[in-house]
Design a protein around this ligand. Structure first.
Ligand code: S3P
Length: 427
C-alpha cells in the first residue's frame, strides 16, 4: 500500500471499543452465571479470538456481527476441556488472562498462538500461577502453554515487570483461590481495566498504596456494559492531526482511563493542542471527547515511571519526536522488546528508513527531531498492527509518501483503520 503525503486532517471520528475491555468482558462473561451483554464490542481479530476461545471452552456466544455481543456463561468453575489446542492467534492479552482463569478450572488445556505470540514470554504468568497451585508448563518459556487446573490458594505477588496482563492473570486466578485475598503489588501502576470491570460485577477489589487485592467469589453475575472507543486506536489520528498543520480533528466517545492516556501528557509537554471535554463515566470507566489541532512540537523526555501509561503509543511518540525541535529520549521501556515485535528494533528500523534521526538503546530510543517533514520511503509492518499504523501516519506527514508492506496487520486491532483515516485526510 502506498500512503501519499497529506495536507491536513479534518473531521470527526469515533473508533471501535477498547480491545482490552472487550476481551476481559468476554472472558468474565464466560464464567458468569447467565447472560452477559457487551455493547460497543471492539471488532478486531484479537477480540474475535476471545470469542472463539470461550466457545471452545463451552460458553455460548450470540454474535450477529453487530456492536453488541452476548455471552451465555457456564459458571465460575464450569469451563470444560476443549477438543484440541486453544488457538490464541496473535492475542497476548487473551492468552495470559485466560491462563489465570483456566488455572482454577478442572481439566487440561493447551494454549497455542501464532508465530509472533509463540515468541513472547509466558513464564511471567506461569510462575505466579504455579505458586497458586496450578500445574502449568511452558515450552521453553513460551507457548504452547499447558495448564492442568485445579484448586488454587491465594498469594501475594510482586511482578518483576510492569504488566497489566500479569497483574490481571493473578487477580482473575484470585477469584477462584479460596482462603483469603490474592494480592498483587504494583509499584508502577498499569492499566486497571480488570479491576474496574470486576468492581462493576460487585467483586471486592481494593487498592491500598501499591497493593491491589481481590477476594474470591462464589459466583459472578452477567456482565452488562457499554464500551467506549479505544484510546490506542485513536492515537494514530491524534498524532497525525497534531503533526499536520491546519488540522482540526474531533474524536468522539473515547475511553480516557488515566492509566492509558500517557500520550496526552507527553504530547502536551511537547506543545500539542488537545482539548479533553464532555467528560463522563460509562460502565465504571472515564470517557470523553477530544479536540485536536495541529501544533509545532518540542522535544521531551519519557522515563520508566510514565511508560506503562503509553506503552502501546511509544512508536507514535518516536514519530512525533522526529518532527519536534530538539532531542527526545525514551528510557525504561524495555518491555517494548517483548511486544508483537521487538518494537525498539522495528520502530527504529522503520523510522530510520524514512529519514527520521532515531537510535535504539537497550530500553528505549533517542530521536533528534527537526521541524520539517521526513523524506518517506518504504517500510514493513513485520505483522505488527502498531507498526502498520505508524507507517500510515508517517506516510501522511512525509514529503514523498510511504510504501507500506503488510498493511493488513491493522486488522489485529482495527480493521477499519485505513478507511477511517482516508475519510479525514485532506490532500
Ligand atoms: C494490555 C497490557 C499491555 C499492553 C497490551 C494490552 C492489556 O501489555 O501492551 O497491548 O490489555 O492488559 P503488558 O501487560 O504486557 O504490558
Amino acid at each position: 500500500m502506498k500512503i501519499e503525503p497529506a495536507a491536513s486532517i479534518d473531521g470527526a471520528i469515533a473508533v471501535p471499543g477498547v480491545k482490552g475491555i472487550s476481551q476481559r468482558a468476554v472472558l468474565l462473561g464466560a464464567i458468569a452465571d447467565g447472560e452477559s451483554r457487551i455493547e460497543g464490542f471492539g471488532r478486531a481479530a484479537d477480540t474475535e479470538t476471545a470469542l472463539s476461545v470461550v466457545r471452545g471452552l463451552g460458553a455460548e456466544v450470540e454474535d450477529d456481527g453487530s456492536e453488541t455481543v452476548r455471552v451465555r456463561g457456564v459458571g465460575l468453575r464450569g469451563l470444560r476441556e476443549a477438543d484440541g489446542p486453544l488457538d490464541f492467534g496473535n492475542a497476548g492479552t487473551v492468552l495470559r488472562l485466560s491462563a489465570g482463569i483456566l488455572a482454577g478450572q478442572e481439566g487440561r488445556f493447551e494454549l497455542v498462538g501464532d508465530e509472533s505470540l509463540s515468541g513472547r514470554p509466558q513464564e511471567r504468568i506461569a510462575e505466579p500461577l504455579r505458586r497458586m497451585g496450578a500445574r502449568i508448563e511452558t515450552t521453553d518459556g513460551h507457548a504452547p502453554v499447558v495448564i492442568e487446573g485445579g484448586p488454587l490458594t491465594p498469594i501475594r505477588y510482586e511482578p518483576p515487570m510492569a504488566s497489566a496482563q500479569v497483574k490481571s492473570a493473578v487477580l482473575l486466578a484470585g477469584l477462584l483461590a479460596e482462603g483469603g485475598s490474592t494480592r498483587v503489588v504494583e509499584r508502577n501502576p498499569t492499566r486497571d481495566h480488570t479491576e474496574r470491570l470486576l468492581r462493576e460485577l460487585g467483586v471486592s477489589v481494593r487498592r491500598r498504596g501499591a497493593e491491589i487485592s481481590v477476594l474470591p467469589v462464589e459466583r459472578l453475575p452477567g456482565v452488562d456494559i457499554r464500551i467506549a472507543g479505544d484510546f490506542s486506536s485513536a492515537a494514530p489520528f491524534i498524532v497525525a492531526a497534531t503533526l499536520l498543520s491546519g488540522s482540526e480533528l474531533l474524536v468522539q466517545g473515547v475511553n480516557v482511563n488515566p492509566l492509558r492516556t500517557g500520550l496526552l501528557d507527553v504530547l502536551e509537554r511537547m506543545g500539542a493542542n488537545i482539548a479533553v471535554f464532555n467528560r463522563r463515566s460509562e460502565s465504571g470507566e472515564p470517557v470523553a471527547d477530544l479536540e485536536v489541532r495541529s501544533a509545532q512540537l518540542v522535544a521531551t523526555q519519557v522515563d520508566g515511571e510514565e511508560v506503562p501509561r503509553l506503552i502501546d503509543e511509544l512508536p507514535l511518540v518516536a514519530l512525533a519526536a522526529g518532527l519536534a525541535r530538539g532531542e527526545t529520549v525514551v528510557r525504561g521501556a524495555a518491555e517494548l522488546r517483548v511486544k508483537e515485535t521487538d518494537r525498539i528494533e522495528t520502530v527504529t528500523t522503520s523510522l530510520k528508513a524514512l529519514g527520521v534521526r532515531i537510535a535504539a538503546s537497550e530500553d528505549g530510543f533517542r530521536v533528534r527531531g527537526v521541524p520539517t517533514r521526513p523524506r518517506g520511503g518504504g517500510v514493513e509492518s513485520f505483522g505488527d498492527h502498531r507498526l502498520a499504523m505508524l507507517g500510515a501516519v508517517a506516510g501522511l506527514v512525509s514529503r514523498e509518501g510511504v510504501r507500506l508492506e503488510g498493511s493488513e496487520a491493522v486488522a489485529i486491532s482495527f480493521p477499519g483503520f485505513f478507511d477511517l483515516l482516508e475519510s479525514v485526510t485532506q490532500r
